[in-house]
Ligand binder design. Structure first.
Ligand SMILES: Nc1ncnc2c1ncn2[C@@H]1O[C@H](COP(=O)(O)OP(=O)(O)OP(=O)(O)O)[C@@H](O)[C@H]1O
Ligand SMILES: Nc1ncnc2c1ncn2[C@@H]1O[C@H](COP(=O)(O)OP(=O)(O)OP(=O)(O)O)[C@@H](O)[C@H]1O
Ligand SMILES: [Mg+2]
Ligand SMILES: [Mg+2]
Lengths: 255, 255
């Protein structure tokens, strides 16, 4: 059954969606069957792989709240072989409010995904920039969590809080949850602050820091407007090479 | 009484906090009395002006939920003349859940700030990266909303949703709410995508787009780690000059 990884960090704009799409695509390129679960009401992972989020008939909100709708066709194929998506749009905002009074509200996503785990090798969950119920559900449904980190002051500030939240989900809802790794994103080797923050992370999280860092590369921010992954848009770019290297390092760590 | 402006955009990492702090500081430098309200549980605006958010005795969460605590000393002075802050920390996350069942939950912040408006010329509210109750409260409490925009595809995607939310708050809770302006942030004139997106915004929002754009400038991301505004850290930087120009344009628009 599939290994499930949450891509989470409540700090906004650190590269959660870019990492979800391109790590998933890189694994799919290496012939793994991969599902991206878009757990962010912004629907960026969905539109980033070409889904028209406005006119979606079935999406994650329906799975969270939907009684006995047929879930079998909720996952969509993408233009990328071996890569599928469970899409979302802004309606998902309502799920967070509607879940408040539901018993075992933290494990709704885990139950939804249990019917999919046999179809895929990996399930990657893109989280919103918050530590609310949607992220808690993703952490409860996952085997591990990958933390994208910008080398900036505000991003460092939130890390302790994120680690606390992971620990409390592990204690209360998901005993086997662990940190897959911290991934440095938008890494700019010419900038002092980048080195100060990355040195700090190496000091405190050396075992959990991926050796691969993702450089700042404009090609990564261009590809979603074409609904393409970096591997369809510009595989030889520094961004494309980095996500390919990350997938290799990730797969090596699985052994 | 004070003019209140919400700095809002549900897209993460677009420069909401950086704009809240440095626009507020630039107005304070021009002898306006300014209060920053940190309405984001990440507490970045608070720590960015030097507040130690971990050991805060009184902060915004207490005002949202606190019975009859004395609010008179909840606002703290900063090291910057004429600039004060109503701080926050992660406890504020609980306010969003506790407000769900409270009548007129959308106007809690408006009521809190009503006791402050006589002390300040401007109140700037930094919003979290979401369209939940904390942001709805900020929009209900504000005269206008300033929208920081990165020139990137995902940031454009969310704009229609943000405008919809502003319209529905205007209709239901705050009849006089208007858009103060769209502010281009992290503007990199060498990059094609930046020009494509900014041309698109000029086409559809020409009247609401600030003429001032904030360039990408590493000095802006360095100053929060020293608890300083850009005007104490490096006023002559391109980032400092841009926020000073923005304040001039903003004040001119008030006439
Ligand atoms: N390595 C990179 N180089 C250049 N641009 C990048 C890189 N990674 C991401 N971006 C761009 O930076 C912006 C933020 O990235 P992204 O949207 O993936 O972050 P996020 O953490 O998912 O944001 P949110 O918190 O809103 O969900 C996007 O416009 C994206 O295209
Ligand atoms: N013009 C700029 N040039 C360079 N770096 C910037 C600029 N504006 C902001 N930054 C940096 O980019 C990151 C994102 O900015 P900021 O935290 O202000 O955005 P935000 O919208 O408040 O994020 P969130 O959605 O998490 O609240 C921060 O690390 C900040 O220091
Ligand atoms: Mg995202
Ligand atoms: Mg912020």
């Amino acid at each position: 059954s599939a290994k499930t990884i949450a891509i989470a960090n409540q700090k906004g704009g650190v590269g959660k969606t870019t990492t979800s799409i391109n790590l998933a695509a890189s694994l799919a390129k290496k012939r793994k069957k991969v599902l991206i679960v878009d757990s962010d009401p912004q629907g960026n992972a969905s539109s980033g792989v070409g889904v028209k989020t406005r006119n979606l008939e079935k999406h994650l909100y329906h799975a969270y709240t939907g009684g006995d709708i047929d879930l079998s066709d909720i996952c969509q194929k993408t233009s990328f072989t071996n890569l599928e998506i469970l899409p979302s749009n802004i309606d998902l905002v309502a799920a967070e409010i509607e879940l408040i009074d539901v018993p075992s509200r933290e494990s709704r996503l885990k139950n939804i995904l249990s019917s999919f785990t046999d179809k895929y090798d990996y399930i990657i969950i893109d989280c919103p920039p918050s530590l609310g119920l949607l992220t808690i559900n993703a952490l409860t449904a996952s085997d591990s969590v990958l933390i994208p980190m910008q080398c900036e002051y505000f991003a460092m500030e939130g890390l302790a809080q994120l680690i606390n939240t992971i620990r409390s989900v592990k204690k209360s809802f998901n005993k086997t949850l662990f940190i897959e790794g911290l991934l440095l994103t938008m890494f700019d080797s010419r900038n002092n602050l980048t080195h100060q923050v990355s040195d700090e992370l190496k000091k405190h999280f050396s075992k959990q820091l991926f050796k691969t860092a993702i450089p700042r590369n404009v090609r990564l921010s261009e590809c979603p407007s074409h609904g393409k992954t970096i591997f369809d848009y510009d595989p030889k770019s520094t961004g494309g090479e980095a996500y390919s290297k990350l997938a290799n390092e990730f797969l090596k760590n699985q052994r």
